[in-house]
Design a protein around this ligand. Structure first.
Ligand SMILES: *Cc1c(COP(=O)(O)O)cnc(C)c1O
Length: 480
């Protein structure tokens, strides 16, 4: 089939493009309505304008060469220092501004691998011990860096199990990981216990505070109970915190901090023999826009600790109201004891994903969890004041549950048939089946529109987990 070319010979007029701007967003999550949980962390129109002005002013500058743009170096150094103060780091703590939590975690893993190479040589594959609730960025980093992830189950409260993690230590172990809090349940891992284990076994300990870094310190100020997780805990060697989440900075900003400059140096890349000159970079990225770090610096200076504390206070009030509302429904159950503004809940009666799809039809966007199946809320500034409407809609949806059960049974049956087929037929047929399923799902118009109950239903009932991997691979391939 011949495809039309879309890269035009003649450019479009500026006013034409500007007039289209809002129209591009019509199919997107309408997060300004306050019905989207997570994804967008917005500080409010007034504050956003300021960081936007800084971001735009430095958008074409590059952070790669600090001597060409001392302004960007100043922003980066001050953002690192503010983050370090927030994490109670002493004067030895050093870090980098990165493009996101994934890069921050990737760099912490790189440092661990360098350490492993120094200790064991190139041949031995270093091992990283992770609670199963740790963010997939750790697994992604291990895959890219050829480290071996050792995934350890969490306890019934959803927290890392220090005893089980200790048991998993071998002579090749290099790093322990903890989350503050973990994304699925919003609970903070027992960092103090893990710190003791790390010290006793001379291991590195990374705390992933991508979610909590810009929230937990302010909740502590406000008198909420916050378990120790930062540099005050002995044994913690690195911390990642995302400014582009509760730091309300533009997307593309996270911070990785190390206990010492010696550790940070292990992440640098330097090549002295290139024809193009001596090449040196501190993080994974090469050329990157100065916009995000400028916007991040501006929002941190503009809000100040007081501004963040006020936002944290309101977000937490909203979260607690939603939580008590959910606890009021007999059929619903909160998982664990969330310590921040993320929470997950399951249904004891109907199918939770059908409840999620019904909420989606009312405009609400929630995440889906599995093992166990649950809905997940990340409450942010945008959701303040939306709590009563959410709980009313939830009550209405729960009233409809009988119908939802019927709908669910129908998906269940077709999934069962598909699963039986995949077991009977050879892999080439399975390939085609997943490709076909991927196409059908894509045709429903973008990932957010895919009936999530069906997708997760398929995922939960396919007996061979490799088939769900194939399905997702083909979904992604089709989407782009
Ligand atoms: C978001 C998140 C990450 C990954 O960060 P990105 O910015 O998406 O790359 C890692 N850990 C936790 C706990 C997170 O919430």
């Amino acid at each position: 089939m011949k495809r039309d070319k879309i890269f035009a010979e003649q450019g479009m007029a500026g006013h034409e493009l500007t007039s289209m701007l809002d129209a591009h967003k019509t199919g997107d999550a309408q997060w300004k309505q306050g019905k989207t949980f997570g994804f967008v962390y917005h500080p409010g129109e007034q504050h956003a304008k300021l960081s936007e002005a800084y971001r735009a002013a430095f958008q074409y500058e590059s952070t790669l060469n600090p001597s060409a743009f001392p302004s960007l170096l100043k922003f980066e150094k001050e953002v690192i220092r503010m983050a370090s103060e927030l994490m109670h780091g002493n004067r030895h703590v050093a870090g980098s501004v990165t493009t996101g939590g994934t890069e921050s975690i990737f760099l912490a893993l790189t440092v661990a691998r360098e350490q492993a190479r120094e200790q064991f040589g190139e041949k031995v594959q270093g091992e990283v011990i992770l609670p199963e609730t740790a963010h997939p960025a750790f697994l992604k980093g291990c895959q890219y860096l050829s480290l071996k992830p050792v995934v350890v189950p969490v306890t019934v409260d959803g927290k890392a199990d220090p005893e089980a993690m200790k048991q998993a230590i071998t002579s090749r172990t290099i790093l322990l990981a903890a989350s503050a809090p973990c994304f699925p349940y919003g609970v903070v891992d027992p960092v103090k216990e893990l710190g003791k284990i790390a010290l006793r076994h001379k291991l590195l300990l990374h705390v992933d505070a991508c979610m909590g870094g810009f929230m937990l310190p302010f909740l502590e100020d406000l008198g909420y109970p916050v378990p120790g997780f930062d540099f005050r805990v002995a044994g913690v060697t690195s911390i990642s915190l995302d400014a582009h989440k509760y730091g309300y900075a533009p997307k593309g900003t996270s911070i990785i901090l190390y206990k010492s400059r010696k550790l940070r140096k292990k992440q640098f890349f330097i090549h002295t023999e290139w024809q193009g000159g001596i090449f040196a970079s501190t993080t994974f990225m090469g050329t990157k826009s100065g916009g995000p770090v400028a916007g991040c610096w501006a929002i941190m200076n503009h809000l100040g600790r007081e501004g963040y504390r006020d936002l944290a206070q309101e977000v937490m009030k909203t979260t607690l109201r939603i939580r008590s509302g959910i606890e009021g429904f007999k059929s619903l159950e909160i998982i664990g004891n969330p310590e921040m503004s993320l929470l997950a809940f399951t249904s004891k009666a109907g199918n939770i994903f059908n409840i999620g799809d019904a909420l989606q039809r009312k405009g609400w966007h929630l995440d889906r969890l599995q093992f166990p199946e649950a809905l997940h809320l990340t409450v942010t500034q945008l959701n303040i004041g939306m709590e009563e409407e959410f709980l009313r809609d939830l009550a209405e949806v729960l009233g409809e549950e009988q119908d939802l059960i019927k709908e669910y049974k129908a998906t269940r049956i077709s999934i069962h048939i598909a699963d039986t087929l995949t077991r009977i037929f050879p892999s080439i047929v399975v390939d085609n089946l997943t490709r076909w399923a991927g196409k059908v799902m894509n045709r429903t118009g973008g990932s957010s529109m895919i009936p999530q109950a069906a997708l997760y239903g398929i995922s939960a009932s396919l007996t061979n987990r490799k088939n769900i991997r194939k399905l997702i691979t083909n979904l992604l391939d089709g989407m782009y």
